[in-house]
Write a protein that binds this ligand. Structure first.
Ligand code: ADP
Ligand code: MG
Length: 432
């Protein structure tokens, strides 16, 4: 039985945000990480993955719960941690050597010892010969090698990496992943555990022993999957694609939200993915063209898309009742097929029916417009209401998307210039 290295006990995090009040980001997260584990954390964008990493590093303190390192609760920064950032976070005015040495800034080491360790880390990460170079002289892949070197020079027990390969082109990323994995598997680094945030399922299955999947609003652990495949893993192997499909299927499963909970003082307005009707239509057509059941993983791969780009549109298709997801496969429903095969006008009719059924807030907008004698209402009015639920920027986005859907369904019209929603069928808007 391997020793527990890090333990997260009932971690919650809230932020006080203007217009939104106290927003829960993380909710009751308990994870235990053992020596020898390489763990991936997956979750939708904005779910709180970076926040969770920062809490483990002790850079952010949790609202509730505690982080234990070697059985002791950490206070302040976690001494056992080295961190790698997506943006590399290098100092442009320092050389490679100086940037890497920075990792030892707070260590009580003699200068020559710091130098020795920094040079050895630079060597290990494949930057031999570039000690004197400045970041601007290096490619993205090499810059991230410096970022990793700066973390490894500390010889941390735990290496935390926040989407370390996301900013790199595919080939460079693959290369770096392989090099890092080699250091890890062959125990060339004393690091006891690696925790990596990623939005690539394939990357998670390629590298990690465990994949932890977070939900959003707030983030909870919705799945913790162990991936007991020996390295090096072959992406074309059946077992590999099985794991990828399994994780896809978990991440695309729509959370069933309780509707109209009795006694709830203020009803929450549901937040929808920001997918315009045109994008949804194109997607449904594509799935229809590809035949009956489509493997989402292969689809994303085929178009070289990341999960993050892909999930909102899949979710929207589910919300509208056009598609179902099972085991990483997407299937059009009967109404989804009808929609794909319909003429433009029929399509609008079907879309309208689905919107009315599944997006009740649109009906409320229509009712408000109808109740006004001139059948129009300033956009500001709705923004104002939405801000109570979502915050300023999000309120604007949510209204944009509802206007897009409402217009496509011809439930109402919108005057971009005057920023006014109005009912078209009745009278044309009288704009003063
Ligand atoms: P992820 O890394 O999964 O994309 P983050 O952890 O960066 O997500 O952020 C999760 C949520 O917490 C986001 O909605 C973000 O706006 C919010 N958030 C993060 N840091 C802060 C902060 N310091 N103050 C207020 N809100 C924050
Ligand atoms: Mg992040």
């Amino acid at each position: 039985m391997e020793k527990t290295l890090i333990e997260l006990r009932h971690i919650s995090k809230r932020y006080d945000l203007p217009n939104q009040g106290n927003v829960r980001i993380l909710e009751d997260i308990s994870i235990s990480i053992k020596e020898g584990e390489l763990i991936s954390i997956l979750g939708p964008s904005g779910s709180g993955k970076s926040t969770l990493l920062r809490i483990i590093a002790g850079l952010v303190s949790p609202s509730e719960g505690s982080v234990l390192y070697n059985g002791k609760q950490i206070v302040g920064t976690n001494p056992g941690v080295g961190m790698v950032f997506q943006s590399f976070a290098l100092f442009p005015w320092l050389t490679v050597l100086e940037n890497v040495k920075l990792g030892l800034d707070n260590r009580p080491l003699r200068e020559d010892e710091k130098m020795r360790r920094a040079l050895s880390a630079i060597d290990m990460i494949g930057l031999d010969g570039f000690e004197g170079a400045y970041p601007k002289e290096l490619s993205g892949g090499m810059r991230q090698r410096v970022g990793i070197g700066r973390a490894l020079v500390m010889e941390p027990d735990i290496l935390l990496m926040d989407e370390p390969f996301s900013a790199l082109d595919v080939l460079t990323a693959e290369n770096l992943k392989r090099d890092l994995l080699e250091l890890w598997i062959e125990k060339k680094i004393p690091t006891k555990s690696i925790i990596m945030v990623t939005h690539s399922i394939e990357e998670a299955v390629y590298m990690s022993d465990r994949a932890i999947i977070l939900s959003r609003d707030p983030a909870r652990v919705i799945s913790d999957i162990s991936i007991p495949m020996p390295h090096w893993r072959d992406k074309t192997e059946f077992q590999f694609t099985e794991f990828v499909d399994q994780i896809y299927s978990i991440m695309t499963k729509r959370e069933v939200k309780p509707v109209n909970v009795p006694g709830e003082a203020k009803k929450k307005i549901e937040k929808f993915p920001e997918v315009p009707a045109g994008a949804l239509t194109g997607f449904i057509e594509l799935i229809d063209d590809l035949g009956n059941t489509v493997d989402l993983y292969k689809l994303a791969d085929q178009f070289n898309l990341y999960l993050e780009d892909f999930l909102p549109i899949v979710e929207t298709a589910q919300i509208f009742g056009f598609a179902t997801i099972r085991q990483g496969d997407i299937d059009l429903t009967d109404i989804g097929h009808q929609f794909a095969d319909a003429s433009v006008l029929e399509r609008k009719e079907i879309f309208k029916a689905q919107v009315q059924k599944y997006v009740p807030i649109i009906e409320k907008i229509v009712r408000i417009l109808r109740s006004k004698s001139n059948n129009k209402m300033e956009r500001e009015f709705f923004v104002e209401i939405f801000e109570k639920h979502f915050g300023t920027i999000e309120a604007d986005h949510q209204l944009d998307i509802l206007i897009d859907w409402g217009r496509y369904a011809e439930l109402f019209a919108y005057d971009e210039e005057a920023k006014v929603l109005y009912l078209e069928s009745e009278t044309a808007p009288v704009l003063e």
